[in-house]
Design a protein. Structure first.
Length: 139
């Protein structure tokens, strides 16, 4: 197998040299100025496929845990503690979130009361307009 490759390499080298000589001869005939030709040795090397890539490696034994809320931690499981699926690994102080929720519920109740008041006012004005008790300009 190596002997066959060596003979193929020799044939390729000879063909490359003949091609270079033929090109230089053709250039000399067509152009009277001399052209400098550099001849290099043919080198055989194995080339493996390579793909440069950037990435992040994560350990199988460690996991980053993130919270979907902002707040103060009351308790966190210690590193190395065994935890079963579904068990808590941290506890948040949710008092600020509870206050915010109560404030939003109160705002929603206030908006509902304002809507009902305005709906009754519209109904009253429409009734007064139908009975001509109020002018259209006031409506």
């Amino acid at each position: 197998m190596m002997n066959l490759r060596a003979s193929q390499l020799t044939i390729k080298t000879a063909a490359a040299l003949l091609l270079v000589l033929w090109i230089s001869e053709a250039a000399a005939v067509s152009d009277s100025s001399a052209t400098t030709i550099t001849v290099s040795q043919v080198v055989t090397a194995s080339v493996g496929p390579r793909v440069p890539a950037a990435g992040t490696v994560f350990s199988r034994n460690q996991t980053q845990i993130t919270a979907g809320i902002a707040g103060r931690l009351e308790w966190v499981a210690e590193p190395g503690d065994q935890v079963n699926a579904g068990e808590s690994v941290a506890r948040f102080d949710c008092s600020m979130l509870e206050l915010q929720r109560e404030r939003q519920v109160a705002e929603a109740d206030r908006a509902d009361i304002n809507y009902q008041t305005l709906a009754r006012e519209v109904e009253r004005i429409e009734t007064l307009t139908e009975t001509n008790a109020i002018s259209i300009m006031q409506y």
